[in-house]
Design a protein around this ligand. Structure first.
Ligand code: CMP
Length: 351
């Protein structure tokens, strides 16, 4: 019971504590800090550690999963080793830096990065292999061209590798510079290769992120669409088409969704909340209902104004996708046309 009560804010509270703890760790590395401030910062570290220990002992889950549990254990188990370090004269607070992992774990963006890295592992590995190959070739050539003249920087392939890395990544610290013309030509080539490799890496990651977000969106909309009664009997192939076409919308109460007399290019499925069709005797539609079909079926302007009566969650279907859908499924087309006709026959809505 208590665990359930606390699990709701265990993650944000855990992250806030980690931020406070890490800020204290960073501040404690400043040599000119007054002793009183140092004591206060150490007290913060002890409090954060104690909070994590209580959380772990009481079994309040800060996050789901085995890895999350291991991180919770590490957050409590690692800092006390600082006391052992302190005997050797080292700063004991530095081990509290392990709390950064807690923050990282609870960051949704980090989970996304891990998933993208997992999905794109093969391609990323390919680019890394290419990077390693160019690095080796560049180091070898730099050793041959510059090794005799500058043994400090280029005297062996491993030594030349430092120059190759800083050049390939276009960092260029300037501590190792080829002097010969051929060496400089090689440097130019390596820089261009570096730009190419990183462009390739950025391309792979950008595509990976876009695909992962699209996949997440697809499964979220799939779950929503499965709950719409009109689509209940559709085969999976058609359902997948609709999922790609439908766009989720959230609207605040009072928002006008469509206005009488205006052209219509979308129809809507209500997932949650209620909308009001303005008329002399207003009609309310709720979860599972749809509206905005009349303009799409007839090609005429909107028959009525529809306003969100509560916070409402909708799925919008564009006219082009609507046409594809009704061409493909005649039962669905008949149901929608029948509803449109019935609504047209009911008392004329006002503005
Ligand atoms: P459309 O004319 O495209 O835009 C306004 C929508 O309100 C309309 O499609 C119908 O979906 C809906 N609507 C109009 N009249 C009624 C009614 N009497 N009952 C329920 N919905 C209606």
């Amino acid at each position: 019971m208590i665990a359930r009560l606390f699990s709701g804010f265990a993650v944000p509270a855990g992250s806030a504590l980690a931020v406070a703890g890490l800020a204290a760790v960073a501040a404690l590395t400043m040599p000119a800090l007054p002793e009183a401030a140092r004591l206060a910062l150490r007290a913060i570290l002890v409090l954060v550690w104690a909070a994590y220990a209580v959380q772990l002992g009481a079994g309040w889950p800060a996050s789901e999963g085995k890895t999350a549990r291991i991180i919770d254990i590490l957050a409590v188990a690692v800092p006390p080793f600082g006391l052992v370090m302190a005997r050797g004269g080292a700063d004991p607070s530095i081990l509290c830096g392990v709390w950064a992992v807690k923050l990282l774990r609870d960051l949704p963006a980090f989970r996304l990065v891990l998933r993208v890295a997992g999905n794109e592992a093969r391609n990323l590995f390919g680019v890394l292999a290419l990077f390693a190959l160019i690095l080796f070739a560049a180091s070898l050539l730099a050793y041959l061209l510059e090794g005799a003249a500058q043994p400090e920087a280029f005297g062996s392939v491993p030594r030349a590798m430092w120059w190759a890395v800083t050049t390939l990544t276009t960092t260029g610290y300037g501590d190792a510079i080829p002097h010969s013309t051929l060496g400089r030509m090689l440097a130019g080539l390596v820089m261009m290769c570096g730009i190419g490799v990183f462009a390739l890496m950025a391309g792979i990651l950008a595509t990976g992120f876009a695909e992962e977000l699209r996949r997440q969106d697809f499964s979220r909309v799939w779950q929503l669409v499965a709950g719409v009664p009109l689509f209940a009997g559709l085969p999976h192939r058609d359902l997948a088409e609709i999922v790609r076409a439908l766009k989720p919308r959230r609207l605040a109460p009072g928002a006008v969704i469509c206005r009488k007399g205006q052209p219509g290019n979308e129809m809507y499925f209500i997932l949650e909340g209620r909308v009001q069709v303005a008329s002399a005797s207003p009609v309310e539609l709720g979860s599972g209902d749809y509206f905005g079909e009349m303009a799409l079926v007839s090609g005429e302007p909107r028959f009525a104004t529809v306003v969100a009566a509560t916070p409402v969650s909708l799925l919008a279907l564009h006219i082009s996708d609507f046409q594809t859908l009704i061409e493909r499924d005649s039962t669905l087309a008949d149901t929608i046309r029948h509803t449109a006709e019935e609504r047209r026959r009911s008392p004329t809505p006002g503005s």
